[in-house]
Design a protein around this ligand. Structure first.
Ligand SMILES: [Zn+2]
Length: 482
């Protein structure tokens, strides 16, 4: 709450100035904007980000409840169901999980035995591990990177350097083959408590390729680095079970005889992190905000007297937090032909205005700002409702591949993610709650998005990739669709 209190006066002042400069009533002048309200957004989000939904982890009952709620709102709006089971695009997965009550990690040193709790580790190893009184090899980081083979077959303990990003780069190139790697990380005291994963085909992700345990327990770390320590470790193996996961999808059918078979998408992810170490991670801004905006914009556009010329697809994805899993599934199993999909606007984190870089009101960022013609369309729409669409100097390009737009961009569809704040207090924290959202601002952002979507849907000219180096591979993918 403290961040909210600090940013409110400034936020209020800025919005008054902008409204005045746009003329009174600018925000409710058109019928699409008039049907988008802060109050409605607040109502939806107070449910989706409530404790009852337990953080909407993939997979969980809380997530299933969220999916049912979103489907109910699509039904209320009058969208046509577009999944293989009503509004649900259901997919079958295997979920692997280990029984952490069987986890044991002890360090024996200097006649003492220290026990490490499960909450103080992250396990980057998929299979069972069983070590009894294993001797430990410790080395300084740089030495280990140079002399990788020295600890082959042994239990290697390394202290993570302060620059985590560089350290993980080093590890990607590390050629040693220790029996197990223990990475001591002094920057935190608790792990992510994520002990389950979706079983996916293909090779393991880079950071899981090397068997490692990240250790956050300071006393155990000290005992390990003092030398002459031994380790006893039991990591239980995973047990797999079948799960069903759901993207939620509805369509507002277009009116033009030809253009109605082309599609403009509005997307968000409705999953979040679930419960960790006993705390519920409600994910109100990430990405409850995008999800309720998809609902609200769908409801406004479906209520208009005239249908858009192209069809508009409204969709919320599961599994973004696990690595864009739901949108990648859609990319491989599209409901509407990719070659006829002309654009995707993905919404992420559009409710919080207390950006870590300073208050951000009546403004939004777009990833890949220079990559397609969509930014110009959204900018025009923003002018009508007093919102500025801007390019973040660094994060616009850096974050292009970090959200669900990527799954469609890879297939060649002009696709962006729109956000108000990229970084905000409580990001991926337990206090990302619905009462910290700036609903009036979110409503204005949604009006811009709705008008922009409509502009794309009514234009005979489809958005196109620009000839900029960073967009070259997407432009190539788009050419292949023709
Ligand atoms: Zn997110």
């Amino acid at each position: 709450m403290r961040f909210r209190a600090a940013s409110l006066p400034a936020a209020a002042a800025v919005s008054i100035v902008l409204l005045a400069s746009n003329g009174a009533g600018a925000q409710s002048a058109d019928p699409v904007s008039a049907r988008i309200s802060a109050q409605s957004l607040r109502g939806h989000l107070s449910f989706l980000a409530s404790d009852l939904l337990e953080g909407r982890a993939t997979p969980s009952r809380g997530q299933d409840l969220a999916a049912e709620y979103i489907a109910a709102q699509f039904r209320r709006a009058g969208l046509e169901p577009a999944g293989n089971d009503g509004y649900f695009q259901v997919s079958d997965w295997k979920y692997a999980e280990r029984d952490m009550s069987q986890f044991a990690f002890t360090v024996q040193a200097g006649g003492k035995t220290l026990s490490v709790p499960a909450s103080a580790v992250d396990l980057r190893v998929r299979e069972a591990v069983s070590l009894k009184d294993a001797a430990v090899v410790t080395m300084p980081w740089l030495e280990a990177m140079k002399d990788a083979a020295r600890a082959d077959g042994k239990l290697l303990v390394l202290s993570m350097p302060a620059d985590r990003r560089a350290a993980y780069e080093d590890l990607r190139k590390f050629t040693g083959k220790p029996a197990l790697l223990v990475l001591v990380d002094g920057s935190r005291t608790q792990g992510s408590a994520a002990n389950g994963w979706l079983v996916e085909e293909g090779p393991p992700r880079p950071r899981d390729a090397m068997r490692s345990v990240v250790l956050y327990d300071a006393p155990a770390a000290a005992a390990l680095s003092a030398g002459n320590a031994t380790v006893t470790l039991n990591v239980p193996g995973p047990v797999e079970r079948a799960v069903k996961l759901r993207n939620v999808v509805g369509v507002l059918r277009g009116s033009d005889p030809k253009l109605k078979d082309t599609y403009v998408m509005l997307t968000s992810h409705y999953d979040h992190l679930g419960i960790r170490n006993g705390d519920i991670y409600n994910g109100a801004n990430d990405d409850g905000s995008g999800t309720v905006s998809v609902i609200e914009i769908a409801s406004s556009l479906a209520a208009q007297k005239t249908r858009p010329r192209r069809s508009i697809v409204f969709m919320t994805f599961f599994g973004e937090e696990l690595g864009l899993v739901g949108s990648r599934y859609y990319g491989k199993h599209p409901v509407f032909p990719i070659k006829d999909t002309v654009a995707d606007i993905n919404l992420e984190q559009i409710g919080r205005t207390d950006d870590s870089e300073g208050a951000r009101v009546n403004a939004a960022n777009l990833t890949g700002f220079d990559y397609t013609s969509i930014s110009a369309t959204l900018q025009r729409a923003g002018k009508k409702v007093g919102v500025k669409l801007v390019k973040h100097p660094v994060n616009s390009d850096r974050y292009f591949a970090q959200s669900d737009n990527q799954s469609l961009a890879d297939a060649g569809v002009p696709a962006h993610t729109l956000s108000v704040a990229y970084e905000f207090p409580d990001y991926h924290g337990k206090d990302d709650d619905w009462d910290k959202i700036d609903y009036e601002n979110m409503a204005r952002i949604d009006r811009m998005v709705a008008l922009g979507l409509l502009d794309i849907a009514n234009s005979g000219k489809a958005p196109a990739w620009s000839a900029v180096p960073n967009a070259a591979k997407y432009l190539e993918a788009a050419k292949k669709l023709k």
